[in-house]
Design a protein around this ligand. Sequence first.
Ligand code: PEP
Length: 260
Amino acid sequence: MKTIIGNWKMNVGVRESVALARGVLYALRGKSVVPEVVICPSFIALSEVRKITAKSRIALGSQNSGFLETGALTGEISVRQLEELGVSHVILGHSERRQLLGETNEMIQKKLALAVKHQLIPILCVGETREEREQGKAKEVVIAQVKAMFAEKISFKKFPLFFAYEPIWAIGTGKAATPADAVEMHQVIRQTIKELVPSFSEKQVSILYGGSIDSKNAYAFLREQEVDGVLVGGASVKLSQMREIIDAASDALESTLSLT
Ligand code: PEP
């Protein structure tokens, strides 16, 4: 399977989110081979967008969740509240939250445990800075981030888990990594997870690439077997781009099917 996740950040309000969600739904209509699509509006739009995604092929995701199950954490949203809103996925540890809001691996690990407890599918973001890549430390940094997610024992059983490899230097810059760089890092992430949690089945963990994906470069990533999908920021709030990215994923899926 290929998964397309749209991270709408703070870029659209409620009305625009509803219109976008309708457009994405329309883009999937009539297609026989479709990717899994997850849209992540801001908190304020979740409940209105849910009215459109309910009983559709689109899943609803949150851009974050708090590290406490309930209680005093002003400005955050809890996994319980997300459950109530019908959210199925949650982005955790996005680099904007790590870098600009001081989110630590420990906080993200707590959020991961709560997400799994409440049956929200986690989308864990990891990635290195430009400086770390230039110093040859990219793999080391990403491996440490992945390891930190499993520092405390979590009972995943058969629950799915997404990792998004998002090199920080590629986010919002228009300078994506190369598909070859993504494949190399995905293999490292997959191998690290295999060693840490040998009980995970092959299909349980999906690894996506994120960082300046648009309609022009999406297919080059999606056709790679190692790339289970893409996490899209800026381009995901432009309906024409999103439509073409979905088409690229359908093409990639169709070409895999024709090989089997
Ligand atoms: C992101 O913020 O997760 C992201 C991938 O952004 P962009 O596609 O705009 O680089």
